[in-house]
Design a protein around this ligand. Structure first.
Ligand SMILES: CC(C)(COP(=O)(O)OP(=O)(O)OC[C@H]1O[C@@H](n2cnc3c(N)ncnc32)[C@H](O)[C@@H]1OP(=O)(O)O)[C@@H](O)C(=O)NCCC(=O)NCCS
Length: 295
């Protein structure tokens, strides 16, 4: 197995390897050690989508990771930065970030920071902060607020996929087709059709402790609610999650009214510029993330 770099910390000697060359079970064990809910299949999707590095100790344990997903030629979304709790605050996280930056020279960087990691990213120059609320809980559709919406909501079909990609590009400013290639086969979708055109959609897939509603792309929060309600109904009584920018107050109220309380928050950050930017200010935007890792 090829060694990419080495670092001595305390009694550890860390060797950096291509993340795809280490046992995925060890990656899962690392994310469990910091309390993250990812399943093996969540890791699997990320490994198919992106690249990354694993820091391995002398006896083969994975003690740190960082990944990145390339959206288009010049944008890298950093994710899955984790270091083993025993190893933290000794420079391993910064070292992994430095290597990820080096391996993506020339790219614009974005990420979603946990509370723990925000200061570290700020010290690396990240800014353009946007608060993201993690809402989760047992889905309760009967409590969902009713909103009037113009148009027809129906399940997404394979023939809609091009429209979904077009809306996503308008909402994020990036060609995220690689993410959709992984998301679409494992998701159920709803679309809102108005004047024969798809104007909003939502996807929902198994993730972590249950299912996640994301991405939801819409130009208004009412449209976003219209395409999300069916997922709440489908998963009534089971665990559902959605990550939404805090500025979406109406949508957040819908989530809370549907059993998904605000559990935690993260911060979307960019290095040198905002990571995601709608092409038009009144056009489609991200109402929920696919996940914190995928954006
Ligand atoms: C966030 C995380 C990856 C940071 O990893 P880490 O190995 O502790 O990172 P570092 O040691 O490089 O930096 C952490 C802090 O320790 C400080 N530090 C670095 N080297 C140090 C040293 N030798 N002695 C004391 N402090 C040190 C850094 O300045 C940094 O401080 P800051 O937050 O004020 O900038 C780690 O805490 C973690 O895995 N958390 C759980 C998962 C998570 O939230 N990941 C982030 C995803 S967005």
């Amino acid at each position: 197995m090829e060694t990419i770099a080495r670092l001595h910390i305390d009694t550890f000697e860390l060797t950096l390897r291509d993340i795809k060359q280490v046992d995925p079970k060890l990656l899962h064990a690392l994310s469990v050690s910091v309390g993250w809910p990812h399943r093996d299949s969540d890791w699997q999707m990320l490994l198919e989508l992106g690249q990354g590095l694993a820091a391995v100790d002398e006896i083969g344990r994975v003690v740190g990771t960082v990944m990145w997903l390339r959206y288009g030629a010049d944008f890298a979304l950093i994710c899955m930065l984790i270091t083993l709790p025993r190893l933290q605050e000794q420079g391993a996280g910064s070292w992994l970030m430095e290597k990820a930056h080096e391996l993506n020279k020339g790219a614009v960087f974005g990420l979603n920071a946990t509370r723990e990691a925000k200061r570290l990213y700020r010290s690396l120059g990240y800014g353009y902060e946007q608060k993201i609320l993690r809402c989760q809980g047992e889905a309760t559709p009967e409590a969902a607020l009713s909103a009037k919406v113009e148009g027809l909501v129906r399940p997404a079909a394979a023939s809609d996929h091009e429209s979904l990609l077009r809306l996503d590009l308008a909402a994020t400013g990036h060609d995220r087709s690689i993410a959709y290639q992984a998301l679409l086969p494992v998701s159920r979708g709803q679309v809102l059709v108005r004047n024969d055109e798809i104007v909003a959609f939502s996807l929902c897939r198994p993730f972590g402790r249950g299912h996640v509603i994301g991405p939801v792309i819409a130009a208004s929060e009412d449209d976003a609610i219209a395409v999300s309600r069916a997922h709440v109904e489908t998963h009534a009584g089971s665990f559902l999650r959605a990550d939404t920018p805090a500025s979406n107050t109406v949508f957040t109220n819908f989530l809370v009214g549907s059993g998904m309380q605000i559990y935690d928050s993260a911060t979307s950050m960019g290095l040198g510029r905002a990571p995601f930017k709608p092409l038009a200010s009144a056009g489609p935007r991200r109402i929920t993330l696919a996940s914190q890792a995928i954006g």
